[in-house]
Design a protein around this ligand. Structure first.
Ligand code: CMC
Length: 420
């Protein structure tokens, strides 16, 4: 860097604001002293141009389509690791050696069983309740079973709490699904690894034992890795914000789940498949492209566009290929994949989408794989949440360790005054 300060001229004064440079060369202006020096604040609704923290967890280059966790490209992690190793990487900063991997795996296994009293909570939700609402409620309820998890004790027991949340969430998710279809729940098994255990809890039944297919385990590992973190997205920001008030970790993660459920965020994976269904029935891709461009319509192409990526989302690139390969290896044909491909092709040559750099994002093709796996549409966002837990917890840990202050933005008041 040639300059160490940015200079602001205001009201005849020259104010020097320090520049901050990240390890990947990103430059920011530190405005921490601005109010003290000038009485002014900055305004940036929806954080379009605000870095809210320093972080060592995930790096994204939205212009080049780069995504790395702890310095490792995500495609490399998909190729070489299982989800729990990537989870360990996010939580601890490096991939586990054999001993660390075994210990983490044991911790997850030991914490997989749900307190039996919690199972009865499921009886009280309406049958049609969305699983994301159930999951947010259940994770929050965990804090009543483990009441001593204030932020101070968590500093010591953070590994156990992280494992408990990740492992119990997996059990809760499968239980929620089983309850929704009126089948008996299937308990976690100590002899099965993380992803296989989840699939067994989802699909095993007393009348038809589940036949575990290695392709299913592989694709699940890979989807979970691809969704495991994405730096300061809406739900992670919710986690950091809520956690900054020193709320217990369960309630904090519950806030993340609630944020993720929105259709502009993780809920988009379910919305994409709803949209593709409608288009498939209608048989008119062009009509939906036109509707998405129409400023008088609130309709958007779900699974398209991103705040940070101004090129093809690197996760979507991998998932698109995997979607094709997975259907192939499972000998399945889903007409929805053809609709998705046609929609993408039409959108990518349309001036509206080109001008605004709108490309498929992570949610565009993932739902087609989940469908092929037999996971119902209303569980898609729960899958996203399961994957994102290590990311949320890693950010929460980083925030707590940095002794960050409570998050409390300012505002510009534009309401009534005593004079009007
Ligand atoms: N379809 C049609 N137009 C779009 C779309 C879309 N999917 N996305 C953005 N635009 C337009 C938008 O109307 C605006 O046009 P104009 O400049 O004429 O006003 C321009 O592109 C910029 O959009 P924006 O809303 O200012 O962008 P944003 O950064 O605030 O929003 C987004 C990002 C992801 C919420 C948005 O692209 C969107 O709503 N996409 C559809 C929902 C979706 O797929 N969400 C998943 C995001 S990735 C995974 C995750 O975060 O969980």
């Amino acid at each position: 860097m040639t300059k160490e300060f940015a200079t602001l001229n205001y009201d005849g004064k020259e104010i020097k604001l320090p520049l901050v440079v990240g390890t990947e060369g990103e430059v920011a202006i530190d405005i921490g002293t601005l109010r003290k020096e000038t009485g002014m604040v900055t305004i940036d609704p929806s954080f379009m141009n605000t870095a809210a923290c320093f972080s060592k967890i995930t790096f994204i280059d939205g212009e080049k389509g780069v995504l790395r966790y702890r310095g490792i490209p995500v495609d490399e992690l998909v190729e070489k690791t299982r989800f729990i190793e990537t989870a360990y990487l996010l939580l601890h900063g490096k991939l586990p050696n054999e001993d660390q991997g075994n210990k983490f795996s044991t911790l997850l296994t030991e914490n997989s069983l749900l307190h039996e009293d919690m199972r009865h909570f499921f009886d009280r939700f309406p049958r049609g309740a969305h699983p994301m609402s159930i999951m947010a409620t259940m994770v929050n309820a965990l804090s009543t079973f483990y009441p001593n998890v204030d932020t101070l004790s968590l500093r010591e027991a953070v590994d156990t709490s992280a494992a408990r949340i990740i492992s119990t969430f997996r059990t809760l998710a499968a239980f929620a699904y089983k309850r929704s279809i009126g089948e008996p729940v299937v308990y976690p098994r100590h002899d099965l690894p993380f992803c296989a255990n989840f699939l067994n809890m989802m699909f095993d039944s007393p009348v038809k034992p589940y036949e575990m297919k290695p392709e299913m385990v592989r694709i699940l590992n890979s989807l979970l890795i691809l969704h495991a973190d994405h730096e300061q997205n809406c739900s992670t920001t919710a986690v950091r914000t809520v956690g900054s008030a020193q709320v217990n970790l369960y309630a904090t993660i519950s806030a993340g789940i609630a944020a993720l459920s929105g259709p502009l965020h993780g809920g988009a994976n379910q919305a994409v498949v709803d949209m593709l269904n409608r288009i498939a029935k209608d048989g008119n891709v062009k009509k939906y492209i036109d509707k998405a461009k129409d400023k008088n319509s609130s309709f958007r192409l779900m699974g398209f566009g991103h705040r940070v990526y101004k090129t093809y989302d690197p996760r979507a690139k991998i998932i698109k290929q995997q979607c094709h390969d997975f259907l192939d290896v499972m000998n399945m044909d889903d007409p929805m994949l053809n609709v998705a491909r046609e929609l993408e092709e039409e959108a990518l040559k349309d001036e509206y989408f080109i001008k605004r750099n709108l490309y498929p994002n992570v949610d565009f093709y993932s739902g087609i794989i989940y469908r092929a796996m037999g996971i119902p549409e209303n569980m898609f966002t729960v899958m996203f949440a399961l994957a994102r837990l290590p990311g949320w917890i890693a950010h929460w840990k980083e925030m707590i360790k940095s002794n960050s202050k409570i998050t409390r933005p300012r505002q510009i008041y534009i309401g009534k005054t005593p004079k009007n």
